[in-house]
Design a binder for this molecule. Structure first.
Ligand code: AMP
Length: 285
């Protein structure tokens, strides 16, 4: 039986009681419209924790003024079915007012450096929204483990750094990126794609694979890997490239030479839909 909680006080009471009983609390923060990628995080939490909390909150603070906050896909009933199927114990689905009684929040959690490049460049303030809401969710639930997908590799690096530098008592668990059978990274935003754009969207992953193949064959020059991705995507004029970059997966700094920790990350627009994807070069992701 999944328990649906809408207030911070009820969630805190529930999590406090679980911890007092010696139970391990696992947290899976999401914005809902749950798919197999989200479900893989729930499964990882279910394996390691006694009480699994999934949060469903479309966080306005992480959307820019011209972004898709209003049209972001929502399906609470479908999400609850997914949570039930994965044996989740608690779903936290608060209102905006519950999470931000004072809007805009006067307190912001900011991670410098890691948030300026990649998605941070075209989405200023986005990661402040992410780190602020995640800190609030950690403070309310006190999880021993929190689960994040490698699909959002920059988000994972930023939260890992935040937890480390603020000495937060939680283990951040990065989970593998889940794809459709044609390679497209699962994303709630895939629902925006037109039928035509959906057929070309898998070329993002195909481009990353071409670069990964070159690296597996001995290529170590990050500029070459980036060129391979760009050249492939250029074949479909509907792709508008936001960035293609080779960075260290932990520091997100550009690398001179590719090694096993090098992340090849891409963001493109297809029509009005912004899609991200990445592979860890030298690993089979
Ligand atoms: P979102 O609801 O998009 O904010 O995502 C919530 C969590 O699910 C984040 O930690 C994401 O990285 C993770 N996630 C989203 N898509 C995927 C995917 N395709 N594979 C693995 N994790 C994912």
């Amino acid at each position: 039986m999944v328990e649906i909680v809408e207030t911070k006080s009820a969630l805190r009471a529930r999590a406090d009681a679980a911890r007092a009983a010696g139970q391990r609390v696992g947290l899976v923060p999401t914005m809902g419209f749950l798919h197999e990628g989200h479900r893989s995080l729930m499964q990882a939490a279910r394996r390691a924790c006694d009480v699994v909390i999934v949060t469903i909150f479309v966080n306005p603070m992480q959307f820019g003024p011209n972004e898709d906050l209003d049209r972001y896909p929502r399906d609470l009933d479908g999400d609850l079915d997914a949570c039930r199927a994965e044996g989740v114990d608690i779903v936290f689905a608060p209102s905006i007012r519950e999470m931000y009684p004072r809007e805009p929040s006067t307190t912001v959690v900011h991670v410098a450096e890691l948030t300026t490049g990649l998605c941070g460049e075209s989405r200023p303030g986005h990661f402040d929204g992410v780190t602020t809401i995640v800190t609030k969710l950690f403070a309310i639930t006190g999880p021993c483990h929190a689960y994040f997908g490698r699909k959002d590799a920059q988000q994972l690096a930023v939260i890992t750094r935040m937890v480390d530098e603020l000495d937060l008592p939680v283990t951040v668990v990065g989970c593998p990126l889940v794809r459709e059978s044609d390679g497209l990274a699962l994303s709630s935003r895939n629902a925006y794609l037109s039928a035509e754009h959906r057929t070309i969207a898998p070329q993002i992953h195909a481009a990353l694979c071409l670069a990964a193949d070159a690296v597996a064959a001995g290529e170590t020059d990050p500029r070459r890997a980036v060129d391979i991705v760009r050249a492939h995507l250029r074949q479909w004029p509907d792709f508008s490239i936001d960035y293609v970059a080779c960075v260290d997966s932990a520091t997100l700094q550009a690398v001179d030479q590719i090694d096993a920790d090098t992340l090849l990350a891409v963001a493109v627009r297809l029509g009005s839909t912004r899609l991200i994807d990445n592979v860890l070069l030298g690993a089979s992701s």
